[in-house]
Design a protein around this ligand. Structure first.
Ligand SMILES: C[S@@+](CC[C@H](N)C(=O)[O-])C[C@H]1O[C@@H](n2cnc3c(N)ncnc32)[C@H](O)[C@@H]1O
Length: 260
C-alpha cells in the first residue's frame, strides 16, 4: 500500500488524454479545464485511487514513470525520444554501475534516462558547451530529484573528454565525428559508443571517422514505432506516427593491430 504524502510527485490522469505531474503541497491547486483539484485532497489517498475536480470529474492519482517525468522537462533543444533512448540503452549495453559519458546534454532528456539506468553505483559525465542549456538541464533533473549521480560539465567535447576507463560514450551533437577520437581514448577496450544523428550525411561521416579511429562492429539503425488503437470493434494502427527523429550508430572500441 502506498499512501500519498505531502511533497510526493503525483501524476494526475483523467483516464483519457490529460496528464499533469505535480508535487503535492497543502494549499496548492491544480487548475485544469475540467475544474480544479485541491492538492490537499490527494494527501492520505492510496496511489491508483481518484480525486474529483471542482466540476466533479475524476482524476487518477498515479506514481509518475521516468517517461512521465522527462516529458515535463523544459526543452530548449531537440531531445532524444524514449523510442530511440530505449534501443540505445540495449545496443550500447548500458547497465547499472557503469561509467557513461554523454556528449551534448541539451535539455537533459537522455541524461535523466542514463542516470536512472546506471543507478546509484554508476556515474554519468555529461558535456555541454552552452551554459544556458547546461543550467536548464540541471534544473530539469533536480526539480524531480533526479541526477544525483550526474556530473554536468561546461565544456566543448571536441577539445577532449577528461574521463578514462569509460564503459559507454553517447553522442548527440551535430558533428559527432569530431569527438570520436576523444571517445575512443576515453573508452575501455571493447567499450561502446552510440551516436544519434538526424541525417544520412551525418551518419556517413560518423561511420567513416569511427572506422578510421578504431571502432568496429559499426551498426546503424532507425527506430519506428507505430501505435495501435484498440477497442472492441476496430483495433488498428493509429493514423499518425512520428515518421522521423534520427538514426543511431553504435560501435565498439578495438585496439589497433600494431598495439595488440
Ligand atoms: C540535440 S541537443 C542534445 C539533446 C539531448 N540528447 C536531450 O535528450 O535532451 C545537442 C546539444 O549538444 C550541444 N553541443 C553541440 N556540440 C557540442 C560540443 N562540441 N561539446 C559540448 N556540447 C555540444 C548543443 O549545445 C546542444 O545543447
Amino acid at each position: 500500500l502506498h499512501v500519498i504524502r505531502e511533497n510526493d510527485l503525483v501524476l494526475f490522469y483523467d483516464g483519457k488524454r490529460r496528464k499533469y505531474v505535480r508535487t503535492v503541497r497543502v494549499g496548492d491547486r491544480l487548475e485544469t479545464d475540467l475544474g480544479y483539484i485541491d492538492m490537499q485532497a490527494a494527501i492520505g489517498k492510496e496511489v491508483g485511487s481518484t480525486v474529483s475536480t471542482s466540476k466533479g470529474v475524476r482524476f487518477y492519482l498515479l506514481k509518475p514513470t521516468l517517461t512521465d517525468l522527462i516529458f515535463t522537462f523544459r526543452r530548449p533543444t531537440q531531445v532524444i525520444y524514449p523510442k530511440d533512448a530505449g534501443l540505445i540503452l540495449l545496443e550500447a549495453d548500458i547497465r547499472p554501475g557503469m561509467k557513461v559519458v554523454e556528449v551534448g546534454t541539451g535539455s537533459g532528456f537522455l541524461t535523466a534516462i542514463l542516470s536512472e539506468y546506471v543507478g546509484p553505483e554508476g556515474r554519468v559525465y555529461t558535456y555541454e558547451y552552452r551554459r544556458e542549456f547546461l543550467l536548464a538541464a540541471k534544473r530539469n533533473l533536480s526539480r524531480h530529484g533526479l541526477g544525483s549521480n550526474v556530473e554536468f560539465k561546461l565544456k566543448d567535447a571536441t577539445r577532449g573528454i577528461d574521463e578514462r576507463d569509460v564503459d559507454v560514450v553517447v553522442i548527440d551533437i551535430a558533428d559527432p565525428w569530431n569527438v570520436l577520437r576523444h571517445a575512443w581514448e576515453a573508452l575501455k577496450p571493447s567499450g561502446r559508443f552510440a551516436s544519434f544523428s538526424p541525417t544520412y550525411n551525418q551518419v556517413e561521416k560518423t561511420c567513416i571517422e569511427a572506422s578510421k579511429v578504431g571502432f568496429i562492429m559499426l551498426h546503424t539503425f532507425e527506430v519506428l514505432v507505430r501505435d495501435i488503437i484498440s477497442d472492441e470493434t476496430r483495433t488498428r494502427p493509429a493514423s499518425r506516427m512520428i515518421a522521423h527523429t534520427g538514426f543511431v550508430t553504435v560501435g565498439r572500441k578495438a585496439v589497433p593491430p600494431e598495439e595488440s
